[in-house]
Design a protein around this ligand. Sequence first.
Ligand SMILES: Cc1cc2nc3c(=O)[nH]c(=O)nc-3n(C[C@H](O)[C@H](O)[C@H](O)COP(=O)(O)OP(=O)(O)OC[C@H]3O[C@@H](n4cnc5c(N)ncnc54)[C@H](O)[C@@H]3O)c2cc1C
Length: 472
Amino acid sequence: MTVQIHQRSAVLEAFRAAGIRQVLTDPVEVAIFAKDACPLDQAMPAFVVVAESADDVVAAVRVCNRFSLPFTARGAGTGISGGAVPVEGGVVISLAKLNRILEVDPENRCAWVGPGLVNLQLSEHVRPYGLHYAPDPSSYMVSTIGGNVAENAGGPHCLAYGVTTNHILGLELVLPTGEVVTLGGKAAEYPGFDLRGLVVGSEGTLGIVTRVLVKLTPNPPELRTLLISFRSLADAAAAVSAVIAAGVIPVALEMMDRPCLEVIEEYVHAGYPADAEAVLIVEVDGLPGKVAAEAEQVAQIARAHNAVEVRLATDPEQRARLWFGRRAAFGAIAKLKPNYYLHDFVVPRTRLVEVLTQIRTICEKYGFVPLNVFHAGDGNLHPLIVYDYAEAGAYERALRAGQEIIRVCIAAGGTLSGEHGIGIEKRDLMPLVFSPEDLAAMRRLKRAFDPNNLANPDKLLPLETAGQEAAH
Ligand SMILES: Cc1cc2nc3c(=O)[nH]c(=O)nc-3n(C[C@H](O)[C@H](O)[C@H](O)COP(=O)(O)OP(=O)(O)OC[C@H]3O[C@@H](n4cnc5c(N)ncnc54)[C@H](O)[C@@H]3O)c2cc1C
């Protein structure tokens, strides 16, 4: 249920009476919160609560319960699966102002932070302690820790260090009915259900995270970054599998194809080779002896797979330039067309070439050239389809191509998402990878947390028809 016209002033009054100072209702201000970075959907909320404290979040959730209003948590709105798109006429609860670092505990290598803290700011803050926060989504300059938790975000350096869930020790959660619980904490192990683990990746459907206890990782004593270029995508992909099979787990193993390299090079001049069909950025870290040996091993494997150039970044500036190019990819493509549809799947590494070839064929059928920049080490593909929304039929063609690509990835033994989540985008595709029993169990779990079905209710799980509802 969404807010009725006659209820608007009563709801607004209830927010104010609960002590919430900032509630946006002006359509111009509210419109900013109607969508995230996913091109598929948008919806106007009736209210945006700009929370200034965890108490504001509790108060807002309780008002939503009183008026049966669906609510959607929002960090920076960089999500790509529509997770932060509100229900039309519902409530957005913005966490962006809960961005403080509440406690740094260097001895226990952890910190309590607000959910609105921007990812990169955390690592910058703890650098004097020789520590950093390892999960580094490419959006790390803007996306929030709360959004990263809700999406179980990954990033280039998650291959060896693990994705977000491996770095979250505890959470404070406002349940969808307004109670506050603390899950996990500084102790190494907690008995009972791992509710912390359950909430990570739950896309705001089980409540709103108001504090996060993150694990901090020591900065490595040494690291080496290699740029390796190939004349064929197949050679690059084979080198990726061979590196992992040899037992080397680089901290990062990223791949970019030629269309992507061309546009990045034109945009930021990262120094990428102009004639390569594919490049790998490989980074190894650890103690100096181990790093030197692993870098050499990676170089040898690459040469054995026909690498045309193996370039070692010799100083921090060169390394930063290589990474800057990689991270600038999504901005660079604006040079091509104003809109893009970015996909996110995981396929077995051994099937990378086959799937990339099929993706290209599908895109060409619909008149697009795909760009590929992705976490090759864990088979996490990110084909990008660039289009111009103003061009008649282009958006619809991009969607149809996307649907076909998803099915190809699933048929290759892949899964729906590596890190961007399900949101609205892939909600109705969940039956492709989960049985009716699996989905029913997930629904029962959602109801246990959210009996009134108000917390981001239309995300993650396929929408139920009346008949299905009755069956569960
Ligand atoms: C250019 C670009 C590059 C990207 N690269 C990566 C990448 O490398 N890896 C990756 O994983 N993702 C990437 N993303 C996707 C996106 O940045 C991540 O999903 C990120 O974690 C979202 O954070 P956010 O603060 O923007 O969250 P939002 O988009 O605001 O919200 C995302 C979801 O989290 C929920 N949520 C937000 N805050 C809370 C909270 N406090 N409590 C409960 N639920 C909450 C929302 O309801 C929504 O469902 C990229 C996006 C862009 C635009």
